[in-house]
Design a protein around this ligand. Structure first.
Ligand SMILES: Nc1nc2c(c(=O)[nH]1)N[C@H]1C(S)=C(S)[C@@H](COP(=O)(O)O)O[C@H]1N2
Ligand SMILES: [Mo]
Length: 311
């Protein structure tokens, strides 16, 4: 019912200081924010305000990563392979008008304008850990809505087993797409049950503001228990499909990148051991948690699977 997250109607300086206060306090949350807001500690909060508060102990030390780092240290190969250069090169990238085509094996295909998306789906705030396969991590307050809501509107047809996502292909505006050593456009995929999981977000903003181009504006995926590359940016197409999609990184380097890409400290990547990570803004390293700390919510999705084979 409340379509505007409280952060959107709070002047920026108040938003920033209130966030720091909440995180510093270990987490108070739900009641302090507008109804339905998912904000809390770095762990996701149940939407219901009657959910028991998580113990503050594993969260009090996890501060939000600074806005400067979240918007200044980016992987977005369409613009640059250098994380520090992406923001400048993406500056001025136009994200309106923008359409997102939802189709494939659905009963109700639909093309949304980004403004329809913002009107149709109540935006909420979710604070998630974000873990790149390069073994660095952040804590980011996203604004967005569960992908499940959009998929429910589309009504997956029988036989649809996966969701395939596609980034804009426009080499004039995304200069690296002129480089043929990659197989553009960027593609990602999820199994349908992963896509329907409540943690899986379509994000339109962060820190209570519309997302900037470097973070995948106007709409990008966020799957907090998987390596960051699954969280595809600047999406124009979402298709329900029968077969497992081949992602951009699977196509580029199949030995290094599997379909699942769940954060897993026990399965090293050939170039980056995964047992620890560097939290941006912190000294020293943290131990990497299975499923990036979301095992309680998502491990059951992989019951009976060999996670070394299905990496
Ligand atoms: N289209 C597209 N999406 C992408 C990428 C990319 O290069 N192109 N990089 C991925 C990687 S490797 C990471 S770690 C995250 C980075 O998101 P951030 O810059 O918002 O932190 O975006 C992911 N989504
Ligand atoms: Mo990444």
């Amino acid at each position: 019912m409340d379509k505007i997250s409280s952060s959107e109607i709070t002047p920026e300086h108040l938003f920033f200081s209130r966030r720091q206060l909440l995180v510093g306090a270990g987490l108070l949350v739900a009641g302090a924010l507008a109804g339905g807001c998912g904000a809390g500690g770095p762990s996701p909060r149940a939407a219901s305000s009657s959910a028991p508060p998580s113990s503050g102990s594993n969260q009090s030390s996890e501060s939000l990563t600074s806005y400067e780092a979240v918007t200044g240290y980016n992987n977005f190969y369409e613009f640059s392979l250098e994380k520090e250069d992406v923001a400048a090169l993406a500056k001025g990238f136009k994200t309106t008008p923008w359409t997102i085509e939802v189709g494939g094996m659905v009963n109700r295909p639909r093309t949304y304008g980004i403004e329809d998306i913002l009107k149709t789906f109540a935006q909420e705030e979710r604070i998630y850990r974000f873990r790149c396969v390069e073994a660095w991590s952040m804590v980011i307050p996203w604004t967005g809505f569960p992908l499940a809501k959009l998929l429910e509107e589309a009504e997956p047809a029988p036989g649809a087993k996966y969701v395939r996502f596609q980034t804009l292909f426009d080499p004039q505006r995304m200069a690296m797409q002129q480089d043929n050593s990659f197989d553009w456009p960027y593609i990602e995929g999820l199994r349908l049950d992963e896509a329907m999981h409540d943690l899986t977000l379509l994000a339109t903003g962060l820190y209570g503001k519309p997302a900037l181009p470097q973070n995948g504006a106007p709409i990008r995926l966020v799957v907090p228990w998987k390596y960051g590359f699954k969280s595809i940016k600047s999406i124009v197409k979402i298709d329900l499909v029968a077969d497992m999609p081949v992602s951009f990184w699977m196509a580029a380097s199949p030995d290094e990148y599997g379909f699942y890409s769940n954060v897993n400290p026990d399965v090293p990547h050939p170039r980056w051991p995964q047992s620890t990570e560097r939290r941006i803004g912190e000294l020293g390293r943290r131990r990497t948690m299975p499923f990036n700390g979301y095992a309680e919510q998502v491990a059951s999705l992989y019951a009976g699977m060999d996670l070394r084979k299905n990496f």
